[in-house]
Design a protein around this ligand. Structure first.
Ligand SMILES: [Mn+2]
Length: 398
């Protein structure tokens, strides 16, 4: 019996029905297979060795012609996330787990992106900064950072900071798990011939953000210390306003506006002008500015007095930082140190400002991809220290 008609017109109802069934089941199987392919994560990532050469420099080079033309074109940024192979998918998924952002996009974005939107108020670009400013040591601590995210941080600092003002960049590897990462970064510094300006150091054990920063601060010899996260991109003329304010008053701690780099697409967006606050749980929060603060154009370029700073990014006179006793070195890993520093500064006669003409983009990760080694709640522990040291009669409220 011939089930397959020579042409469709010859089919009677029965054969047509059978043919339809066959066609439908084939379509369904195909859809299900594709759905399954797109949704299953690879069971192991062994075929994607961490930081293997193809995953970094070579890979980026290969992609270069295609992706490096103009990153600020929205469509191009979208293209960076396209998954073509299983390796791509593994890099992306492992990236979310290890870094809290899309590592595939970070990888393809490469070691530097040229065009960032200038998110400052238009008046900022008309300001002529004094050439005679103090120089800065930039301190960047990292723990298991994605190499390209760190490289973009370094490159953006090198390329967007006047040579004269950049005393050094101190990278502190806070005992990252992978030995390989340290070598990759070391090699990168050599390849880019940055040995004279970028210094890579490693702690002897996991110290956490606070003690790792102190380790860096104690090595630094610049007049001003600027602490940065390891997944940021500094924007046009970012450093001049910070250094100007610190020079004008050595007891002022100055933070830039933290622009938003979206963790899935790495799209760069402007942040509104707000100031730092806190609640009685001793959690940092952003507060809107008092009514009437931003009326005229010039109000948008004045420093904003702030009770607290977010903590990731700020500039401080190095000697003043030492005089007020730096950070509380008894604090572990992460959390609370930004409020502790803020309280300390206020009570030691200093003050804190946010500088609207200094913009630094920061990848707001989906989650903090690490915990304390012994699963200690370091935020609670550090906050208790802060309350005990600085809050006197108010500590009962915590
Ligand atoms: Mn961060």
């Amino acid at each position: 019996m011939n089930y397959f008609p020579k042409n469709l017109l010859e089919m009677n109802g029965y054969k047509f029905f059978l043919f339809g069934c066959l066609f439908t089941s084939l379509t369904w199987s195909l859809s299900l297979y594709m759905y399954w392919k797109l949704n299953t994560r690879p069971h192991n990532y062994s075929h994607v060795q961490q930081f293997r050469k193809e995953n970094t420099f070579e890979y980026v080079k290969k992609q270069k012609s295609k992706y490096f033309k103009n990153h600020m074109d929205k469509n191009d940024l979208n293209d960076l996330g396209i998954i073509k192979t299983e390796d791509d998918m593994a890099i992306r998924d492992k990236g979310y787990k290890d870094h809290g952002f899309n590592a595939l996009v970070s990888l393809r974005l490469g070691n530097y992106r040229d065009a960032l939107p200038d998110t400052r108020h238009k008046l900022c670009s008309t300001i002529k900064y004094d050439q005679n400013l103090p120089n800065a040591s930039i301190i960047i601590c990292f723990y298991n950072e994605h190499p390209q995210a760190l490289f973009r941080t370094i490159q953006s600092v090198i390329r967007r900071t006047p040579n004269k003002l950049l005393h050094e960049v101190i990278l502190i590897n806070d005992f990252s798990d992978s030995e390989n990462l340290h070598q990759v970064i070391d090699q990168y510094i050599k390849d880019e011939k940055l040995q004279g300006i970028v210094h890579l150091k490693k702690t002897n054990k996991r110290e956490g953000l606070i003690r790792a920063r102190l380790f860096g601060a104690n090595l630094a010899t610049g007049q001003v210390l600027i602490f940065l996260d390891s997944h940021v991109e500094v924007n046009t003329d970012w450093i001049q306003p910070l250094l100007t304010r610190v020079r004008d008053n050595r007891t002022h701690i100055i933070a830039p506006i933290i622009d938003i780099i979206q963790p899935d697409t790495f799209d760069y967006k402007s942040s509104p002008l707000v100031r730092g606050g806190f609640n009685w749980g001793l959690h940092f929060k952003w507060d809107s500015l008092p009514k009437g603060t931003l009326v005229t154009d010039t109000d948008f370029v004045k420093p904003i007095k702030t009770p607290t700073i977010a903590g990731g990014l700020f500039a401080v006179n190095r000697e003043y930082f030492n005089e007020i006793g730096q950070y509380d070195s008894g604090m572990n890993i992460w959390g609370g140190e930004n409020l502790e520093l803020s309280f300390r500064v206020w009570m030691c006669g200093g003050s804190l400002y946010i500088e609207p003409c200094s913009r630094v983009g920061h990848v707001f990760r989906q989650h903090r991809p690490y915990s304390a080694p012994n699963h200690e709640d370091t935020m609670a522990r550090n906050s208790l220290r802060l309350a005990n040291v600085w809050m006197d009669n108010f500590k009962v409220r915590y």
